[in-house]
Design a protein around this ligand. Structure first.
Ligand SMILES: NC(=O)c1ccc[n+]([C@@H]2O[C@H](COP(=O)([O-])OP(=O)(O)OC[C@H]3O[C@@H](n4cnc5c(N)ncnc54)[C@H](O)[C@@H]3O)[C@@H](O)[C@H]2O)c1
Length: 329
């Protein structure tokens, strides 16, 4: 099986690529090392995958390219007999999407269109695409179900992710492209995206003896999902070959911001100074996944508890070189 993984040098993409390698798949990984966060962090993640490829049954070919570049993408489909696509490349991160909404629309919508066109042209057997819990907007009725209304995204990022789902539905409708859109709920774990992610930011703030900056009163909840669990859901969807489905991939067990700080204090064995700041309008009060559909159809059963996941992230963080610890958060 040959699988194109877009965003392969990113946080989730590098984990997925390694999991596929370990089961003997052949992967073509694409990424443009976008400078949204430091390229060095992506090169590091990608190098771990390249090293693993040397001792795995599977193969990993990495190509530095932009998913919006139609010619470059077409050449990849033409030369590599791709069977399935896992599309993770995106401008991720909510706050930056307010600063540069055009870039988010360009990459997340136009880039996805390039890949969907090629997936049809080259008769791809399954197109698995990353969506996000952010499509639920500022919903307070929990848990979130795939059938809930998602017409009120509160950031350009969320709007672009919802558009990705609807765009791919159109390709399924017109050309019978098999599609699964996966709504990830805040993903964390070692080498988590270093910029704009709360656990990573708090870990670094505590490690640098700086106060942790908490939005609002600390009661906001996020359904933190450990990266290995997300990967199991992605591979479940890859193997399931659904005609068109949307799945929540979460942990179904939200954690408040105050609880994150408590957990970090326990794991890092270091007290945190808490400072409270006003939450931006792009922040929602809670995310909470109903995962019964993915449990039933993808055999998705998240296993890693929040404290265990944070512990694993801290254990790896401690071993990282200083430049990594000093990356902007
Ligand atoms: N991490 C989370 O909590 C989370 C939650 C919901 C959804 N998602 C989605 O999951 C996917 C992966 O997220 P991540 O956390 O690994 O982020 P990430 O930023 O680490 O990975 C995305 C990768 O896409 C690459 N990329 C960006 N623009 C590109 C382009 N034009 N061409 C080629 N590559 C490009 C980036 O360089 C990056 O390596 C994204 O689609 C994101 O929207 C992530």
């Amino acid at each position: 099986m040959k699988i194109l993984v877009t965003g392969a040098a990113g946080f989730i993409g590098s984990y997925v690529s390694r999991a596929l390698l370990q089961r003997g798949d052949s992967i073509v990984g694409v990424d443009n090392f976008h400078q949204y966060y430091d390229k060095k962090a992506k090169e590091l993640a990608n190098q771990i995958t390249l090293d693993l490829a040397n001792e795995s049954q599977g193969t990993y070919l990495f190509i530095e390219a932009d998913i919006r570049d139609k010619n470059a993408m077409k050449q990849i489909f033409e030369e590599h007999q791709i069977d399935k696509v896992i599309h993770l490349a995106a401008m991720a991160g909510v706050p930056y999407s307010v600063k540069d909404p055009h870039l988010y629309m360009d990459v997340n919508i136009m880039g996805t269109t390039v890949l969907a066109d090629l997936a049809v042209e080259y008769h791809i057997q399954n197109f698995v695409s990353a969506s996000s819990s952010s499509v639920y907007g500022n919903r307070t009725e929990v848990p979130f179900r795939e059938s809930d209304d998602v017409n009120t995204p509160v950031s350009p990022y969320a709007a672009s992710k919802r558009m990705g789902e609807t765009l791919l539905y159109t390709y399924h409708h017109l050309y019978q492209l098999p599609v699964s859109c996966l709504r990830f709920f805040t993903v964390y774990g070692p080498l988590q995206r270093p910029y704009g992610m709360v656990i990573q930011r708090f870990m670094k703030q505590i490690d640098h003896n700086q106060p942790v900056s908490i939005y609002g009163d600390g009661s906001m909840g996020r359904d933190y999902t450990y990266v290995d669990d997300i990967v199991s859901g992605i591979i479940g969807a890859l193997d399931a070959n659904c005609p068109y489905e949307i799945f929540n991939l979460g942990n179904s067990n939200p954690v408040t911001v105050s609880e994150i700080v408590d957990t970090l204090e326990e794991v890092m064995q270091q007290p945190a100074e808490r400072s409270y700041i006003e939450a931006p309008k792009t922040e929602v009060s809670i995310t909470y996944a109903d995962i019964s559909k993915a449990q039933k159809m993808l055999n998705y059963h998240p296993k890693v508890s929040f404290i265990e996941g944070v512990r694993r992230q801290w254990e790896v963080y401690k071993t990282m070189p200083q430049w990594y610890k000093d990356l902007p958060w």
